[in-house]
Design a protein around this ligand. Structure first.
Ligand SMILES: Nc1ncnc2c1ncn2[C@@H]1O[C@H](COP(=O)(O)OP(=O)(O)OP(=O)(O)O)[C@@H](O)[C@H]1O
Ligand SMILES: [Mg+2]
Length: 267
């Protein structure tokens, strides 16, 4: 049965300042949803709160995976449950190679590290190296990523496009049920947007639900969403089909502002 991720009247923020003001959204595995909205409306905050970033507090409402609240789960528990977030601003970790990082992440998400393996050989709590290598090579080939990437330090000196591609490689390796892509297309040239979008497109299917946060219609030409939502002042104010993205591209957010007013400033 297809999994469901449901966000129910979610109010959340940071240090008592409410940023999310009643978000309602339901994603099913196999669906692609686009989330668009002006700068500072709370889109990344929503992504962080779904992932369980410790900086954000949930004031009320709920996030349910297949009907069970995930609010008490840590970010790594949420990852193991099948939720993935590609960051708007991926961090660099000099000293940790892409291959090492991905092997750790894949092992954690697939439950290898959870196994008690006190008398096994060192590294036995990781996915077997050969199996991992094979899968990594396959996915890198599929996404058109140069094999030398695996030996480089994570995001260290990576160009914007390379960072975003690495996020998609992580997505491919982790095989989550739900992926949130936060501005995976921002800062990319036209060819890179196409490359990243084609990569995502190869991963979408009945087993993956996607929430793609974007400012531009262009990526949606490649990854056609089933639903488009407009995020404004901490909540979804309008939902529709792909045509809504075209409307936003053509008209901007002025009509949304007229209809819903200026965001209320918080002290
Ligand atoms: N950790 C934080 N501490 C203080 N304020 C925060 C924090 N995180 C988010 N905010 C504030 O919440 C608001 C929403 O920010 P958020 O990054 O979620 O917006 P966004 O919709 O993703 O914007 P953009 O399109 O520019 O990426 C902003 O005013 C931001 O300054
Ligand atoms: Mg953002």
């Amino acid at each position: 049965m297809a999994s469901t991720l449901e966000i129910r009247d979610l109010h959340a923020g940071v240090e008592g300042k409410e940023i999310l003001k009643g978000v309602n959204l339901t994603l099913h595995q196999g669906e692609i949803h686009a989330l668009m909205g002006p700068n500072g409306s709370g889109k990344s905050t929503l992504a962080y709160v779904i992932m369980g970033h410790p900086q954000y507090e949930v004031y009320s409402g709920d996030i349910l995976l297949d009907g069970e609240s995930i609010l008490d789960m840590s970010p790594d528990e949420r990852a193991r449950a099948g939720i993935f977030l590609a960051f708007q601003y991926p961090v660099a970790i000099p000293g940790v190679t892409v291959a090492h990082f991905l092997r750790q992440a894949v092992s954690a998400v697939r439950g290898y590290t959870a196994q008690k393996n006190t008398n096994g050989p060192v590294g036995s709590n990781l996915i077997p190296l050969r199996e991992f290598r094979q899968e990594l090579n396959e996915k890198m080939r599929m996404l058109g990523i140069d094999p030398s990437f695996a030996r480089r330090y994570l995001n260290d000196g990576f160009s914007g496009g390379e960072k975003k591609r690495l996020e998609i490689l992580q997505l491919a390796m982790l095989r989550p049920k739900f992926a949130i892509l936060d501005e995976t297309d921002s800062g990319l040239d036209i060819d890179a947007v196409r490359a990243v979008a084609e990569g995502v497109k190869q991963l979408v299917g009945p087993d993956l639900g996607v929430l793609i946060i974007t400012h531009y219609q262009r990526i949606l030409n490649y990854i056609e969403p089933h639903y488009v939502h407009v995020f404004y002042d901490g909540r979804i104010v309008k939902s529709g089909g792909p045509e809504l993205a075209h409307e936003l591209e053509a008209q901007g957010y002025e009509w949304i502002r007229r209809e819903f007013g200026e965001p209320v400033a918080h002290a």
